[in-house]
Design a protein around this ligand. Structure first.
Ligand code: ZN
Ligand code: ZN
Length: 346
């Protein structure tokens, strides 16, 4: 077994603190990565607090992992020691169901194995990237370009693919008006991808103070949704709204901003069900869809796209000892736009 250092929550009531545990030995199809940086996703906080479902404790969060490969199994073909590598939200799936065969492992019909807060197919709990090293089967490891700043690449593994995948699936691009709802870790990546795909991008936000930041990210327009005149001016105008908001919000209001046959795409996870008036949909043939992360082939495609177009996340680097304070700031939306832990501080 491989002795590993990490930060874990022992129960939903306790803060993260140093914890030593073991990783499995590197099997023939496994890759061991020395973790250099790990992004801090809002879902890390939700999961250690049991907000969505009862978790597996002790819990080592972290699913935006980048680092360097220190060991590969005998049968590993696509990676070698010394390569940069990334791991996102999943570390395993059945590999044989229709979805897995289509490269949609996130929708594996048996359920994909999450990078942490999951029981692996070997029966052992999975532990995430707030740690110094991880062992993952080759199929779930991504190539990372050395052209991009490594720390800022980490959030692409969750925030990046979560926004890239739906924009690709719904073929958002030139000639489309895309609204991005919420300007956090997900929203700021959605703006970058929307712009890169050629759409006209509008950021919808309740806070006028975010306008400069939105424009700096490349957004073409900014609408303050608490201002009725600004809302009226964009009513019935968007082809797509990418909804990244995890707090409760007025779906009927946002659906009214879609043009006829427009689509609202949900990637945020509010803790209560959405409430939607049927007339908000049928009065204009509108759709509401959802999308969860992305499969491994598409995650690699996204990383390659980012390397080619020089796209990374805007980050604030933190020491791991400051994780609890950073969570408090994240809860207030006070981060531009993703915290990334420098794992040298572990
Ligand atoms: Zn995430
Ligand atoms: Zn499967």
């Amino acid at each position: 077994m491989i002795p590993t250092k990490g930060y874990a929550a022992q129960t939903p009531e306790t803060d993260l603190a140093p914890w030593n545990f073991e990783r499995r030995e590197v099997g023939p199809h496994d890759i061991q990565i020395e973790i250099q940086y790990c992004g801090v996703c809002h879902s890390d906080l939700h999961q250690i607090k049991n907000d969505w479902f009862p978790g597996v404790f002790p819990m080592v969060p972290g699913h935006e992992i980048v680092g360097r490969i220190t060991k590969v199994g005998d049968h590993v073909k696509k990676f070698k020691t010394g390569d940069l590598a990334g791991v996102g939200c999943m570390v395993d799936s059945c590999q044989v169901c229709d979805n897995c065969k289509d490269g949609l492992e996130q929708y594996c019909q048996e359920g994909s194995t999450q990078t942490y807060n999951s029981i692996g197919r070997d029966g052992v709990p999975t532990y995430g990237g707030y740690s110094n090293t991880i062992v993952v089967r080759e199929e779930f490891v991504l190539h990372i370009s050395d052209k991009l700043p490594l720390a800022a690449t980490a959030p692409l593994l969750c925030a990046g693919i979560t926004t890239y995948s739906p924009l690709r699936f719904w073929k958002v691009g030139k000639g489309h008006k895309l609204a991005v709802l919420g300007l956090g870790g997900l929203g700021h990546m959605a703006v970058k991808f929307g712009v890169a795909f050629g759409a006209e991008v509008t950021v919808l936000s309740t806070s006028p103070s975010k306008k400069d930041a939105a424009m700096a990210l490349g957004a073409h327009k900014f609408v303050v949704t608490s201002d009725p005149a600004q809302v009226k001016a964009v009513t019935g105008s968007f082809d797509f709204i990418l909804d990244t908001v995890s707090a409760e919000h007025d779906m009927d209001l946002y659906l009214s901003l879609l043009r006829t046959s427009g689509t609202m795409i949900c990637v945020g996870v509010p803790s209560r069900p959405y409430s939607i008036q049927p007339f908000s949909l049928l009065g204009g043939r509108k759709s509401v869809g959802g999308s969860g992360i992305g499969g491994i082939p598409e995650t690699q495609e996204m990383l390659d796209f980012c390397a080619k177009h020089n796209i990374v996340s805007d980050i604030e680097m933190i020491d791991i000892k400051d994780i609890t304070a950073s969570y408090k700031r994240m809860e207030k939306g006070d981060v531009r736009y993703r915290f990334v832990i420098d794992m040298k501080t572990l």
